[in-house]
Design a protein around this ligand. Structure first.
Ligand code: SF4
Length: 322
């Protein structure tokens, strides 16, 4: 509900309601649930009713929209940071959703980033007559190959100007060329497009990637980020590296580790280091290079990948002819 957001890829966050249920490993350390608990809420889980936010909160996007119009700018609004817009929980009233869709239509100077871990619900939960306004960007979280396989095929069905992936927290490698897309079609990483026999072309407009932060943060292998960066560069698809989170590679040790088959995990003798590979379903996979990661503050870890900040955004010149 912040007036301004500290999230690197948006200007504001807006929560129409609060509460959610965990759906995949990316949710394990859900900061929104922790935030809710800290303020006495009980909005997490399948049995917990979601709560509509205040009328004052619902007025805020209108004022952002007026300001954007006055300044001749567009603001990106992340919806929602304390819920999942496409959560189909029974306590979320149809009127709440109708109110949100109407708000989106009334704020054409805002780009609404609807990010979900439930893309299979998108088409069921938007009004049948709704033609996805141009100021709606639809994204799905992809934290590893399994969730990429499960979710991107649903995203690819949405006729949207901007479709994006948020690969955060990244807890495994993601190969977009291995994803089974809509109707079994495959992504052409060299063109950044998916061509179907019907002439349908699916373009991925943006990829955000980042590591996890917080007390229980899991480290992300640098090669997972490098791979996404390089896949995007080959398309080209805009790539934004948001953060390392609370684990950063020890660059002086950034080399192949011949001992990668060992039972890795947090090193007891060095509690602030993590050897990032675990053959039993952990953070690595066979044959991958191994890195020692160092725990530090999110700020100290920064957001450079191999010495470069990646802060690309979708090219709206072709999408939003204001
Ligand atoms: S979908 Fe998002 S808000 Fe919901 S539990 Fe998972 S991380 Fe938290």
């Amino acid at each position: 509900m912040a007036e301004n957001s500290k999230i690197e890829w948006c200007d504001h966050t807006f929560n129409p309601w609060i509460g959610c249920s965990k759906v995949s490993p990316a949710c394990d350390n859900c900061y929104a649930e922790a935030y809710d608990k800290r303020f006495g809420g009980e909005r997490w889980g399948v049995h917990a009713p979601r709560r509509l936010t205040s009328d004052v909160n619902w007025e805020r996007p209108l004022s952002w929209n007026r300001k954007a119009a006055k300044e001749g700018k567009r603001y990106r609004v992340f919806c929602a940071s304390l819920a999942d817009v496409f959560d189909n929980h029974s306590s979320i009233q149809p009127e709440w959703r109708a109110r949100l869709w109407e708000l989106i239509e009334r704020t054409p100077n805002l780009d609404w980033l609807l990010l979900t871990k439930r893309p299979q619900n998108i088409q069921k939960l938007v009004p049948w007559e709704w033609f996805f306004p141009i100021n709606v960007w639809i994204g799905t979280t992809v934290e590893d190959q399994k969730t990429a396989d499960q979710r991107i095929k649903h995203l690819s069905k949405i006729p949207q100007a901007v479709r994006f992936l948020s690969c955060e927290p990244l807890i495994g490698p993601v190969d977009l060329t291995n994803v089974e897309w809509f109707d079994g079609l495959r992504f052409n990483a060299l063109e950044g497009k998916l061509h179907g026999d019907t002439g349908y072309v699916f373009e991925l407009e943006w990829v955000i990637a980042g590591g996890e932060s917080g007390a229980k943060a899991r480290p992300s292998h640098p090669d997972w980020f490098r791979s996404l960066r390089d896949q995007c560069a080959s398309c080209p698809t805009p790539f934004l590296f948001k953060q390392w989170g609370n684990w950063v590679p020890m660059l002086d040790r950034d080399k192949d580790d011949p001992d990668w088959r060992g039972p890795y995990g947090r090193a007891n003798s060095r509690p602030n280091q993590y050897r990032i590979i675990n053959l039993e379903g952990g953070c690595g996979f066979h044959g991958e290079r191994v890195h020692l990661m160092r725990r530090c503050t999110k700020r100290a870890a920064g957001r450079q990948l191999d010495g470069v900040e990646h802060t690309a955004f979708p090219n709206l010149a072709k999408e939003v002819a204001a």
